[in-house]
Design a protein around this ligand. Structure first.
Ligand code: FES
Ligand SMILES: [Fe+2]
Length: 457
């Protein structure tokens, strides 16, 4: 494997070449454990998942198992390796609530602050084994925007705020803590974690994989910006919503959806149709509230309105519909909408898609020691007035075909196994990422290689 440090990212098109070994190689997966996952802040769960004393969430990445837990005594949130200090059994799984952590092998027991509560037959050690010797091993923990992050190195010097600095800045008026999960699904996918994440941090595939939107998505070409290890993509220009994509010449929309657009007479009606379709096909992100606002746009916008007036009316009507539901996001200005863009890669394994009142968050994790498999977590969140958030639907799905998904997910998931297997062919030597639209992917892979191969640590 190439051990040299890669040059800094610039305009050199060669840097857009993405080697295939990091997706496929067992050796690379093993190196990721010690050089990547152990060296970065990792998003573990939502604070609301562990709101009450005794609540816990287990978070596995490759071979590691981590438990985030709110102490029953002092209410402090802490994280520990989820590992019994007797013979190594994992202590908890999934999520739930406990007063003590009890190992199911020989019954050793811990308090929810990680201190040991009981060693069965401790006297047998003749005074050589103390409870202090077997406290659970702590991780560093911090929170931002309602998210809980952990770091496997309990003494890691960089704060979460520093690590996330460009994200914290761009999202400063978003108030992510006002969002609550509506549904959360963890699904095992037949590909490397980087293949799954790749799909969800660029928009270049939308014209083909999600071509139902082409008749009205406007100029949907994309550009991206790297912010150190993190990156973000957004539209290259303000898309002229309601117009066909420039790629419509090569790629029509889906025939079964054509009738949807026949009834739409003017731009405002087409925009309404577009958001209905986005809402239906993602089941997340584009809220019912936004669709209601776009229905008003179709009814209320003067037919001679300029395109800029149309965009301003879309924003105004959406905020008005929010206020009817007790929501006010006026601090999140149109300038902020531009700053958060469409989709962030939070290094290494997270994607944030922030809309005004809906958000999708993805997390990709290696599944044990299998480079051909990953666990993909999807949080669909919405902004709620205080006390109005519903209890989220939480599902763990072994195979993505085991349940029904909104169409956008099916369209993306259908590609994953074909990508993972296709890359193994002798006919495929290197990925050729779009140097503009897929800069997010280029940046991700550059920094993964830097951590894993570049002697960063
Ligand atoms: S392995 Fe946990 S008590 Fe023995
Ligand atoms: Fe997609």
């Amino acid at each position: 494997m190439n051990k040299s440090v890669e040059p800094a990212l610039g305009s050199n098109a060669d840097e857009a070449l993405i080697p295939k070994a990091p997706y496929l190689s067992q050796e690379f997966l093993q190196l990721e454990k010690t050089r990547l996952w152990s060296k970065v802040w990792l998003m573990a769960c939502r604070e609301s998942d562990v709101a009450q004393p005794g609540n816990y969430v287990v978070f596995n990445v490759a071979d590691e198992s981590i438990v985030v837990m709110r102490d029953v005594a002092d209410g402090v949130l802490r994280a520990f390796f989820n590992i019994c200090q007797h013979r190594g059994r994992r202590l908890l799984s999934g999520q739930g609530s406990v007063n003590k952590l009890v190992c199911k092998y020989h019954g050793w027991r811990w308090n929810t602050d990680g201190t040991n509560d009981e060693i069965i037959d401790q006297a047998d050690w003749g005074g050589t084994l103390s409870k202090d010797d077997v406290a659970l091993k702590p991780l560093k923990l911090d929170t931002w925007g309602g998210w809980v992050f952990v770091h496997m190195d309990a003494d890691h010097p960089q704060s979460l705020q520093d690590w996330l600095a460009p994200v914290v800045h761009a999202f400063r008026n978003y108030r992510f803590e006002e969002f609550s999960p509506v549904w959360m699904r963890s699904v095992t996918l037949p590909c490397n974690w980087k293949v799954a994440l790749d799909v969800f941090i660029e928009g270049y595939h939308a014209q083909t994989a999600h071509r139902q939107f082409n008749p009205v998505s406007g100029d949907n070409r994309w550009t991206a910006v790297a912010h150190g290890v993190h990156s973000m993509f957004h539209s290259r220009v303000i898309p002229v919503l309601g117009d066909p994509s420039p790629n419509i010449k090569a790629l029509q929309g889906l025939p079964e959806d054509e009738s949807l657009f026949l009834d739409a007479k003017d731009r405002a009606q087409k925009i309404h149709t577009y958001f209905m379709l986005l809402n239906r096909d993602t089941g997340a992100l584009f809220t019912e509230r936004k669709v209601r606002a776009m229905a008003r746009l179709a009814n209320e916008l003067p037919t001679d309105a300029s395109y800029m007036d149309t965009l301003l009316a879309m924003d105004r009507l959406h905020r008005e519909e929010g206020k009817k539901d007790g929501l006010n996001w006026d601090q999140f200005t149109l300038e902020d909408v531009g700053a958060v863009g469409l989709d962030w890669n939070i290094f290494p394994n997270i994607a944030f898609l922030p809309q005004e009142d809906g958000a999708l968050v993805y997390r990709a994790r290696p599944n044990g020691n299998d480079p051909d498999s990953c666990v993909f977590d999807i949080y669909s969140l919405e902004r709620f007035a205080p006390g109005k958030a519903p209890k989220p639907q939480v599902e763990v799905i072994r195979d993505w075909r085991d349940t029904s998904w909104p169409r956008v997910f099916v369209q993306d998931f259908e590609n994953l196994n074909e990508i993972q297997q296709g890359m193994k062919s002798q006919a495929f030597t290197v990925g050729r990422a779009n140097p503009i639209a897929e800069l997010t992917n280029i940046n991700l892979h550059y920094h993964v290689r830097r951590y894993v191969l570049g002697g960063e640590n």
